[in-house]
Unconditional design. Structure first.
Length: 74
């Protein structure tokens, strides 16, 4: 399966998963992000993740449906 890759740059040590979804423009609101996480549609480093406060750091991979997001910390 081909995934659309989205590379996101953050300037902090980490970003919480629900905040990342909004920051990256994947969802319009935090509420939608919360729903997507609760519906187990997020994979964090290959594993299903239901923790909306999960800390995403440099080199981590987040996948939602067919969008793969790579986090790069500046």
């Amino acid at each position: 399966m081909n995934y659309k890759q989205l590379k996101v740059n953050i300037k902090t040590e980490y970003i919480k998963l629900d905040s990342l979804l909004k920051y990256a423009g994947i969802v319009e609101t935090g509420g939608i992000g919360k729903e997507i996480i609760a519906e187990e549609r997020i994979k964090f480093n290959g594993e299903i993740c239901t923790q909306r406060g999960k800390k995403v750091r440099k080199g981590d991979h987040v996948q939602i449906d067919e969008i793969e997001t790579e986090i790069t910390v500046e």
